[in-house]
Design a binder for this molecule. Sequence first.
Ligand code: URP
Ligand code: ZN
Ligand code: ZN
Length: 512
Amino acid sequence: SHPAHEFCAAAGGGAGGCGGGGDGTRILIKGGTVVNAHRAEEADVYIEDGVVVAVRPNIPVGDDNVRVTDATGKYVMPGGIDPHTHLEMEFMGTVTIDDFYSGHAAALAGGTTMHIDFVIPVNGNLTAGLESYKHKAEKAAMDYGFHMAITKWNDEVSREMEVMVKEHGINSFKFFMAYKGSLMVTDDLLLQGLQKCKSLGALAMVHAENGDAVAEGQQRMIDLGITGPEGHALSRPPVLEGEATSRAIRLAKFVNTPLYVVHVMSTDAMEEIAKAKREGQRVIGEPVVSGLVLDDSWLWDPDFATASKYVMSPPIREAGHNKLLQAALSSGILQLVGTDHCTFNSTQKAFGAYDFRKIPNGVNGIEERMHIIWDSMVETGKITVTDYVRVTSTECAKIFNIYPRKGAILEGSDADIIILNPKRSFAMGARTHHSRSDTSVYEGRKGKGMVEVTISRGRVVWEDGNLNAVPGAGRYVRTPPFGYLFDGLDKSDAVYRASLRAPVRRGEAAAA
Ligand SMILES: NC(=O)NCCC(=O)O
Ligand SMILES: [Zn+2]
Ligand SMILES: [Zn+2]
C-alpha cells in the first residue's frame, strides 16, 4: 500500500501540515531511536514533501518510490539550530569568509539545518540592513532566520523596529555593549531598546562586555608594549563581562522584559545569570562551543597564525571557565548552545600581526557544534540524549517561537533531521571542513559520534561524506513575536502597578 496519503491526512493538525518541501521526495527512516526534547522512543519516521508525516513503530515501506534509510542502532534527531552566526558580515574592516552558501554547506555537513543570523544595519538603518541581508541570503542552502542589531537610536529606528517585527518576521534585537566606536550602544540606548522590545513582544539580546573599560584595557596593554594576541585576553578580563551582564540583567529587570545573553564566556557572566534566575527573572544564557571546550592558552602560542585564530570577543577564558560553563549547561542555568560562527581566514587575521586590536574577532563552529556537544556533553554523561536535542535545537525553536515546526520530529514538523551514529568517531580540521576558512580552532580534534545523514526539509543533503548543498534551496523562516518568554508578563506588570502606593499624608489618613 501507499503510505503517503494515509499519513498526510493524519498530519493535518500538526505544526506545518503537508506540502512543505514540495518536491515529492518520500523517505522512510526505519529502526532508529527517535529523540525529541520530551522523549526518546524506538520508531520509524516517514517524510513526504519536506514534512514529517508519521512517527511510529513499524511503518510499512509502501512502494518502490519511497527511499528507505536504515537507522538501526542510531539516533534520529531534529537537525541542529544555531542561534548565533555571522555569515558574510562586514566587521573590523573586512567581511567574514563564510557566506550564506559556504556557511550552510558547513552547517549541513555537521548536522545543523537552520540558523539565525544577525542583520547589521547600514549606518544605523534597519531597512537597508535587511535588504542587504536578504540579498546575501539568496544563495541559502538551508533554512534561516534573522535577528537584527540596533546600533543607534532615534524615532526612525524605533518605528523601523516595529516594521521589522510586524512585517518582516524578526522577533529579536541585539545590543552590543562592546566595540566602542562602531557597534557599541550606550545605557540610554539599551534602555530605550529594552522598552521598545517589550512593547513589541521582541526578545532583547546583549553582547555583554563593558566597551568603555575594554578600550581602556586595550590602551593599557599597548602602553605596556603587549601587542600580540595574548593582549586581547588580557585587555578584556572576565570582570568586564560580568559587569555588563549584571548591568543588562538589571536594566531588563527595571523594564520587566526578558533578556537573552549571547556568548556567555566566563563564570562571572554565568553567575550573574544564575543569580537572576534564582530570583525569578527571565534571562536566557547562551554558551558557545568555543567557550565550552577551549581555553585561552592558545592565545600565548608564539606562532601568530595559531594564536590569532582564537581571538574572539568576549575572549576564550583561562581553563576552568569552560568546565563550569558545561556544568551550568547541564543544570539548566545556561539553556542552549550557539557557535558565534564568525570566520576569518589567516590572511584576514594577519591584519593584526602588529596590534591585537586589529585582529578580526571571531572563530568557526557552525560545522563542529553538533559533534563537539555530543562528544563533550553526551559521551561524558553530563547531559542526556534528550537534553542534547533540547540544547542544540528545541530550546532555540521555542525561544524564537518557531516550535514545533522546527526543533522537533513530530507529525507536521519540517523534515529537518539528522541520523547520528554513536559508535563512529569524528576528526576535525581545515583540510576536511566545508568552511572557506584555511584554519580551524578545532584543528586535530577527535571524538565519538558521527552525523551520517542530514535531511534538510525532506531532502537528503549529507550522506556517507557526500554533500549536496543546493544554493537557493533554503527558505527564510519568519519568527513571530510574543514567544513563551512573554507569557504572563502583563500579569507581573499589573502586580507591579498595584504595588505602587501614593504617599498617605497625615491629614488624609486622619480624615479616612
Ligand atoms: N564574537 C566575535 O568575536 N565576533 C562576532 C561578533 C560578536 O558576536 O561579537
Ligand atoms: Zn558578540
Ligand atoms: Zn556574535
